[in-house]
Design a protein around this ligand. Structure first.
Ligand SMILES: [Fe+2]
Ligand SMILES: [Fe+2]
Length: 300
């Protein structure tokens, strides 16, 4: 069994793939329009009561810890800002769009826990190293493995097969896909992101998250901060696995050392990211992973 090379066509035609709600599509447009205002998103959320309830649940989670809590969207917006709320709408909608799995080998809760850990770590690195937009970094991390959910919708047996082999051989999910000649989940995920019209930064980070850091540094279609963001997704994908945050089908026990990582980050012109600084950041990220549990309950 091998996925047909024309998976692109399948993504465009399949009826199995979920659509995003109209409100989310409008929020995605607002995110890409520099003239958008907080009022526009507040007006949109007013049209979708269930989304509003979930946004407030997230805003009141221990992750955001708004002092005194918040009961309405205006207060959530004033504390968290337009960008955070818009990115959360996007994340929540994708979370709801894939609310069950056809394949039996992967647990959705484990998958999203892994995704949220990568989101939290990527946001933290973007903020601490002042690279790109931290709120967007969160979504790039959250959606990086979305292609596995696409694979589940279009070929659930293929997903089971990859997971079985990755487990048996203690390999990464991605290596097994390549070995079996399947279309990679990074391609499936980025195609769906494009199909939904998500911001380009998101589809690029999905598409390139398995490249090594040197190859990421050579992605000439992206500016330097965008390349760094992709590299943070790549790194947190590994750190989330090392810290055993959820599971997304990677069974490899190989992790890059801090020495190896600091050498690789030179290509991204992050020369100040020496071993000592990386060690400190890793500690901060692992500590932030502790807040994933609070987030996942609010996301569900
Ligand atoms: Fe992946
Ligand atoms: Fe991953």
């Amino acid at each position: 069994m091998a996925l047909a090379p024309n998976t692109q066509l399948k993504i465009e035609r399949t009826e199995n793939l979920p659509a995003l709600p109209a409100v989310t599509l409008r929020v995605t447009e607002l995110l890409q329009d520099s003239k958008s205002s907080a009022k526009e998103i507040a007006d949109l959320l007013r049209q979708d009561q269930s989304l509003t309830v979930r946004i407030l649940k997230l805003a009141n989670s221990s992750y955001y810890a708004i002092p005194g809590g918040c009961k309405d969207v205006s207060r959530a917006l004033s504390f968290l800002g337009f960008n955070t709320i818009a990115q959360l709408v996007l994340g929540l909608s994708v979370f709801s769009a894939f609310d069950k799995l056809g394949c039996s080998e992967l647990k959705l809760i484990d998958f999203w826990k892994h995704a949220l850990a990568v989101a939290v770590g990527t946001e933290l690195l973007a903020r601490e190293l002042k690279c790109g937009n931290p709120e967007e970094a969160f979504t790039c991390g959250l959606l990086h493995d979305m292609g596995k959910l696409v694979l589940d919708r279009i070929e659930p047996q293929a997903l089971n097969l990859v997971l079985d082999q990755a487990k048996a051989e203690q390999e990464t999910f991605s290596d097994v896909e390549t070995r079996l000649g399947f279309v990679g989940h990074e391609i499936l995920g980025s195609k769906l992101a494009e199909h939904w019209g998500l911001p380009q930064m998101i589809s690029h980070s999905i598409l390139h998250h398995h490249l090594d850091l040197e190859s990421i540094s050579k992605l000439s279609q992206l500016d330097l901060n965008s390349r760094r963001l992709v590299s943070f997704v790549n790194l947190n994908n590994e750190w989330a696995r090392e810290s055993e945050q959820g599971h997304s089908g990677n069974f490899s026990k190989r992790f890059r050392s801090l020495t190896e990582l600091s050498r690789q980050f030179q290509a991204l012109e992050l020369s100040h990211l020496n071993e000592e600084r990386l060690k400190q950041l890793k500690q901060n990220v692992f500590k932030a992973f502790g807040r994933v549990e609070g987030l996942i309950h609010a996301f569900r």
